[in-house]
Design a protein around this ligand. Structure first.
Ligand code: ADP
Ligand code: MG
Length: 248
């Protein structure tokens, strides 16, 4: 059964055809990787899934419901969370506070400053924030400001900010970009553990080691469209894939 279904999506930016008849079907509970050279349209496609961009034509369905025209926070409320290509965290807040903000937004439907003022009295939310930080391996830094984290740890914090919302679908745009090999491997392990909870994941990734460690299905994009889709073993030897990378 498909969780997310993209059909014939097109997106044009003033003459640049960023997406061209894109089709994508993501199975529930699976890890689906999107790969392809720079400029292929991967981030644009993700932006169309989370309501940051509206496709010119086509449809995006999540569990049978159209996402088109919904605002990003409305899509988030449906259970779609996203880790951005550039971490979007609150640098001046502590790690615990960074995780509490999305937890409150999810609980209350929108961020509410009144709830924030009384946060010390809300043990359930504090406990949950700490348990998510424990899960991603950042609990020891919980009272430090997010600005002080390494690049890899900022990405882990962003993942914690998603997990605290109990997403059904998690979108990750280059989750290991800029990470050391050790950090990358730790992230692969973490994403595998999260997978055990049955969260469906879409991962945009350049690191083929990460892609082949995680994905059950791979869509290869080039020049705004999906040129090949299949299981990792089939993708590996596909001449069109080699050509897209060499030609891209
Ligand atoms: P990828 O994530 O695969 O590297 P993008 O989705 O970022 O690719 O970009 C696809 C194409 O669309 C590129 O040619 C890029 O320059 C163009 N593009 C992306 N976003 C915009 C935008 N907001 N305005 C104009 N062109 C854009
Ligand atoms: Mg991108």
């Amino acid at each position: 059964m498909a969780t997310l279904e993209v059909r014939d999506v097109n997106k044009n930016f003033g003459g640049v055809q960023a997406l061209r008849d894109v089709n994508l079907s993501v199975d529930a509970g699976s890890v689906h990787a999107i790969i392809g050279p720079n400029g292929a349209g991967k981030s644009t496609l993700l932006n169309c899934m989370v309501g940051r961009l509206l496709p010119d034509t086509g449809s995006v369905m999540f569990n049978g419901q159209s996402l088109l025209g919904l605002r990003p926070h409305e899509i988030n409320q449906l259970g779609v969370a996203r880790v951005f290509q550039t971490p979007e965290i609150f640098p001046d807040l502590t790690l615990v506070e960074n995780v509490i903000v999305p937890a409150l937004a999810k609980r209350d439907g929108a961020f509410n400053f009144h709830a924030w003022e009384r946060i010390d009295a809300q043990k359930d939310i504090m406990d949950e924030a700490e348990s998510v930080l424990e899960e991603v391996g950042l609990i020891k830094f919980k009272d430090l400001s997010a600005a002080s984290l390494s690049r890899g740890d900022k990405r882990r914090l962003e993942l914690a900010m998603c997990l605290v919302q109990h997403p059904k679908l998690l979108l990750l745009d280059e989750p290991t970009a800029g990470m050391s090999r050790a950090d990358t491997n730790a992230t692969i392990d973490l994403l595998k553990r999260i997978g055990e909870r049955g969260i469906t994941k879409i991962v945009i990734e350049h690191d083929m080691h990460v892609v082949f460690s995680l994905a059950q299905k791979i869509s290869v994009m080039a020049q705004g469209t999906v040129i090949v889709e299949g299981e990792p073993t089939a993708i590996k030897g596909d001449p069109k894939v080699q050509e897209a990378y060499l030609g891209g």
